[in-house]
Design a binder for this molecule. Structure first.
Ligand code: AMP
Length: 249
């Protein structure tokens, strides 16, 4: 079984980002970037399937600028066998990414694509679902458990109010949720080994994909500042405040 894992380069989750002064977008100058955390979980799951002898090859793919090669090196150090960069300096929205991934799936024919459930920069939560629709393949989103059963896949999904288990026919599309696994740390020997693994570079034009954005960002602004809390002297004042001042938001 061949597994494709799409990896997005995003702002490191520890960094607090700010909008640009003119509100045209986020200020990302000199900001630390990292592999999208859900994609790290997706990669870990693919590598575990390979270690269990259920997968034969794990391919990482990223769509973005040449800097995404650094993120792909991390994916290779986590255990991917090889990587593909679909290089573009244009803004890539989820539909464009899904189309690029579909083009690569058409070439590579993976049995399984494991994406993150969402990218923590745009929080779109769309790419996996769009890819499944474009490919007309079964999808298991928000996966918290995965088991290969012959030509089928048992996927436990985190849904509102509980868990749902689906049986999907391969080839299929999965999106990884937080509890699917705990990714391993990248070790120095694996970083060294990753340097020797190949990264193939393709372009949207070579794949014949139109990546023109469909959405335009009108304005990005900070959320409104919350008023400071107050301390009340006694229960009676609290009850009075709840009665007369508290509002349902
Ligand atoms: P999103 O729909 O933007 O929240 O992203 C969901 C998932 O799609 C991510 O966790 C990645 O697995 C994949 N993805 C999104 N953007 C890219 C990209 N530029 N390159 C590779 N994979 C991506």
């Amino acid at each position: 079984m061949k597994i494709l894992v799409p990896i997005k380069r995003v702002v490191d989750f520890n960094i607090k980002v700010r909008p640009k002064a003119d509100g045209s977008g986020m200020d990302l100058d000199n900001v630390k970037m990292a592999i999208n955390p859900f994609d790290e979980i997706a990669m870990e799951e693919a590598v575990r399937l390979k270690e269990q002898g259920k997968a034969s090859e794990v391919i990482a793919v990223s769509c973005g600028t040449t800097l995404s090669q650094e993120t792909l090196r991390t994916a290779l150090a986590l255990g991917a066998d090889r990587a593909v960069l679909i290089e573009s300096s244009e803004e890539l929205q989820p539909l464009a990414v899904a189309k690029l991934l579909k083009a690569l799936v058409d070439i590579e024919q993976p049995d399984l694509v494991i994406l993150g459930k969402q990218a923590i920069d745009d929080d779109c939560n769309q790419t996996g679902q769009m890819l499944a629709a474009l490919l007309d393949r079964p999808q298991g989103t928000y996966a918290s458990k995965l088991a290969v059963d012959g030509e089928q896949l048992l996927v436990t999904r985190e849904v509102d109010g509980g868990l749902e288990t689906l049986r999907l026919a391969l080839p299929a599309i999965i999106t990884a949720d937080l509890r699917l696994n705990e990714p391993r740390y990248v070790t120095l020997p694996n970083i060294m080994k990753a340097k020797k693994k190949p990264i193939q570079i393709l372009t949207p034009a070579e794949l014949n994909i139109d990546i023109t954005p469909r959405l335009r960002t009108l304005k990005v602004s900070e959320p409104p500042v919350r008023p400071a809390g107050v301390k009340v002297p006694d229960v009676a004042t609290l009850v009075a405040k709840l009665k007369h001042e508290a509002k349902v938001i």
